[in-house]
Structures are given as C-alpha cells and as structure tokens.
Design a protein around this ligand. Structure first.
Ligand code: BES
Ligand code: MN
Ligand code: ZN
Length: 493
C-alpha cells in the first residue's frame, strides 16, 4: 500500500471510498459533515436518521455518492463522545474503513483524520490502523477464502495541513513490525520452531544491520542455563537462545535489554494441559516475536540507546526425556529450583534469560511473556499486567504504553506471597498457589533480576485475540511492539 497525505476539501478528495470518523456529540455541528451533506443534497443526515446512525462507537453508515463527491462511496465511522477518544480508537476507526474498502473492492481508500487528531501523531495512529486493519494471515487459505487485498493507495486527509511523510513512514515501520510479530505468532508450532525463530531473527539482523548470536544447547549448557535446558529436554526440537544487538552510531546513552518468552509450543509438559487449554499454545512465543520484531523497527527508526533483544526459545513437551515434578534444577544464577509444576515453564526460561541479560550490565531489563492465566483472570483479555522492582522505571514504561495506545496496568509484587515459593529441599519452588498466581510468577522472576532495574510485562491476555476488534484481527496481535518502539525510539517533537 502506498500512503500519502493531502489537505484537499473532503468533498473533492478523489477515491473509491472515503471514510470519515464521526463523534456522536459533534455529528450535527461538524462543519466537515455539513459540507458533505450539502453536496449530497441532504442525503447524509436523512439517511443517518433513517438508519439511526448516531456516531456510537462501532456504528457505520455507508452510502453511494453517485458522482456528487470526489469519492464514489462515503463511510461514516462512529467514534462515540469527543474529547475522551482513546488512542486505540483512532487506529480502530481507520482500520474499520480499510476493511470496508477491501470488501468493496476499492483500489484507493481515503481517510479523513478526525478533529482533534489531525496532527502528525494522529496521522501515525491512523496509518497504523489502516496497515494493521488490512493485515491477514492467509498463507494457508486457498481459493475464494483467500480474498486478495484490493486497496493499493491510501490518502490521509488533514483538516488544515496534510500529514507529514515522516509520520506516515514511522507508521509503516511500526505496523510492519507488528505485522511481522503477528505472523510469527500465527504460524503453527510445527513451523515456527525454535530454529525457525532463530532464522527469522537472522533475517531481521541482516536487514537492519544488527549483531546476532544464536546459542545452541551445548553453549547454553556451558553457561549453566539449567532451567532453560530442563524445559527443552522433553522435546525433539533443538532449543535456540537468540541474542540480537542494536548499537547506535554515536555513543549510547544507556543499555536496555528486551527479553521475550519464546515457548513455541506449551503442552504443559508432564503437568499436561487439558486439550482446550493447549489448543492455542502456539502463541506462547508472543513475547519473543515482539522483541525480535521491535528491535528491527527501533533500528530502522534509529535510537540513542543500545538495545538487546533476547529470546530463550524452546518447546515444552512431555516425553521420556522430559523434566519431571520433583526435579531440582540449577539455574544459571546458581539458585536451585524444585519443580512442582512443569507447566510453569515460562519463568524457568526467563529466569536464565534475565541472568544472561544481567551479564551484559544493562541499565534496564524488560521481559515480555505470556506467563500466566491468572493475569487474564485479573485484568481480562485486553490488558497486560506490569510488575517491577523499580517504581520509577515502571512509571516511565506505563507512560510509553499510554502514548502508544496499548493497555497496560500496574500490579503489585506483594512480598508476603513469596512464602508460597518456599521449598524444603531447594532455594525455591517454581509455583505457588492458585490465588495470586500472576504475582508469584513475578516474584519468581524478581529473584533473578536482583538489583538491576527490571520491568515484567505479563501479556497472556492481549497477546492474542479470539475475535476481531478494531485494528486487530483474530489471532496474534503483536502486542507490546508499539510500546517498545515508543519507549526506545520516540517520535521527536
Ligand atoms: N503459557 C502459559 C500461560 C498462558 C495461559 C498464556 C493462557 C496464554 C494464555 C503458562 O506457561 C502456564 O501454563 N502458566 C500456568 C502457571 C501455573 C502452572 C502456575 C497457568 O497460568 O496455569
Ligand atoms: Mn505453561
Ligand atoms: Zn507457557
């Protein structure tokens, strides 16, 4: 898709479909809508009344213009009340329009930037919405099911000035990385194995000039990654520990490690999951996909931060060689862990990854993981839980999430719950009780972070979607990529 900006009058913009976001409380007064209504001889308001279109969120109204506008079709997209529009909604509206345009077989799609968001930041969100709304994972579809995308040209219509090419270019980089993460997540586990993850990481490294190191089982063994290797030992797939590095041209202002959970399939191991819980467990590498895709985008935009993306990739499988309940593992940090549930494998892989990251002496460590079902119980399917040993760092991260339009919320690392992880024969157990399960997972990881400022993002909910919503379709969402880019390569004001 070719993206460009214009500030022509809406009625004159030539396109196959023009989408115009509408705030419910501004629908009747909006000068933009009135101008369109006039050109269409009052048809817009007449039809809106007949169809009870009021600009509620998710409502749409489509009409043919019969040559009275530059656009052949007009689509009004409800935005709800003005003033309180969340950033994600700005992506959603643009996505809704592009889906309608593709369904109508349109080649050229025009989108009117909404009032109050017609600046470059708004244009970036709209462009992200268009690119991500058009995303489909269709490589396994055949025949009619594989409807090709028809939109090749997208015009963003600003109110006073045209949105800048820089804003649209930034959106293309971010949406491209989000789509890349989505495709890695959506790929079946039989395909997206740890070795394949490493291949993708090598492609990202080659494309963006990053340094890359892929550690095989033997090298992980030399480093003493007893927890990571225990998780991998039940699988016939070789584990891969991936480490990508972006080094800024000028001297770096600080060093940041982004760690992603890379369990390419989580069967639960000997603590086998029931079939329904296992069905979607190819998505358990969403954190790894996000950090690998994000570091590419960060390099493409450029940052003054030295960034490391680290992913300990493995399957978690039951077999004759699988790790067992009651096993005592020795972690890379030296701490011993008694296993009381092989399905709490993510924290084991991440614990060693955090220790590996700390050897790089970073200023900050972040980890992204589909770590617990308990966080989904706590926050629902759309919001990630954020835990940290450094409140000020967590605040900065949450501010970046807000600016990127991704839903994240702080969770407390309640010290008292640590008693649940006490073991009689080792330094720790790997699981506590049911209640507080997201927090005990965070407390387990904190033991490995030590004094290094660290933030844990449990994205088990928002990493994948069971229904299409706004700019995200069913399946992998690429959650956290946009916030990582916002945090490490912010838009310059
Ligand atoms: N990968 C799962 C967590 C998960 C659940 C991700 C639902 C996405 C959606 C993780 O490895 C896991 O199995 N966690 C257990 C922990 C328990 C054994 C303490 C869980 O949440 O049940
Ligand atoms: Mn598990
Ligand atoms: Zn898991």
């Amino acid at each position: 898709m070719r993206l460009s900006g214009t500030n022509s009058a809406l009625a004159d913009v030539v396109s196959d479909l023009l989408a115009v976001p509408v705030h419910a409380d501004r629908f009747k007064e909006s000068a933009a809508i009135r101008a369109l209504d006039e050109r269409l001889n009052g048809l817009v308001y007449k039809l809106a009344a007949e169809e009870r279109f009021e600009g509620k969120p998710g409502q749409t109204l489509a009409l043919h213009t019969h040559g009275k506008l530059g656009a052949q079709r007009l689509l009004l997209v409800g935005m709800g009340k003005s003033g309180a529009t969340e950033l994600a909604e700005l992506r959603h509206a643009a996505a809704t329009g592009v889906r309608a345009a593709n369904a109508a077989g349109a080649r050229c799609y025009a989108y009117a930037l909404p009032e109050g968001a017609a600046d470059d930041a708004g244009a970036q969100l709209a462009a992200e919405g268009v690119l991500l709304g058009a995303y489909r994972f269709d490589r396994y579809l055949s025949g009619d099911a594989k409807r090709p995308e028809t939109v090749v040209e997208v015009l963003f219509v600003g109110a006073d000035s045209a949105p800048s090419a820089a804003a649209l270019a930034r959106a293309e980089i971010i949406a491209g990385a989000v789509a890349q993460a989505r495709s890695m997540i959506n790929e079946p586990a039989a395909e997206m194995t740890p070795s394949k993850m490493a291949d993708v990481a090598r492609e990202v490294a080659a494309k963006h000039g990053l340094a890359i190191d892929v550690l095989d089982r033997a090298r992980c063994h030399e480093l003493g990654m007893g927890m990571f290797l225990a998780v991998s030992q039940g699988s016939i797939e070789e584990p891969r520990f991936i480490h990508l590095t972006y080094t800024p041209k000028a001297k770096a202002t600080r060093r940041v490690c982004l760690i992603g959970k890379g369990v390419t399939f989580d069967s639960g191991g000997l603590s086998l999951k029931p079939s329904a819980s296992m069905e979607d467990m190819k998505i358990d590498m969403s954190g790894a996909a996000a950090v690998i895709a994000a570091i590419g985008a960060i390099a493409a935009i450029g940052s003054d931060v030295e960034v490391h993306a680290i992913a300990a990739c493995t399957e978690n499988m039951p077999s004759g060689s699988a790790y067992k309940l009651g096993d005592v593992l020795r972690s890379m940090a030296g701490k011993t862990v008694e296993i009381n549930n092989t399905d709490a494998e993510g924290r084991l892989t991440l614990g060693d990854a955090i220790t590996y990251a700390r050897r790089l002496e970073p200023d900050e460590i972040f980890d992204f993981a589909t770590l617990t079902g308990a966080i989904v119980v706590a926050l629902g399917p759309y919001t990630a839980g954020v835990m940290s040993n450094t409140p000020a760092l967590s605040d900065r991260w949450l501010a970046a999430a807000k600016a990127a339009g991704e839903a994240m919320w702080p969770m407390p690392l309640v010290d008292r719950l640590k008693e649940q992880l006490k073991s009689d024969i080792a330094d720790m157990k790997n699981t506590g009780e049911r209640y507080g399960g997201a927090i005990t997972a965070g407390l387990f990881l904190r033991e490995f972070a030590g004094e290094t400022p660290w933030v844990h993002v449990d994205l088990a909910g928002p990493a994948s979607a069971t229904k299409q919503q706004g700019a995200t379709g069913k399946g992998g969402t690429g959650f956290a990529v946009a916030t990582m880019v916002e945090y490490l390569a912010p838009r310059r004001a």
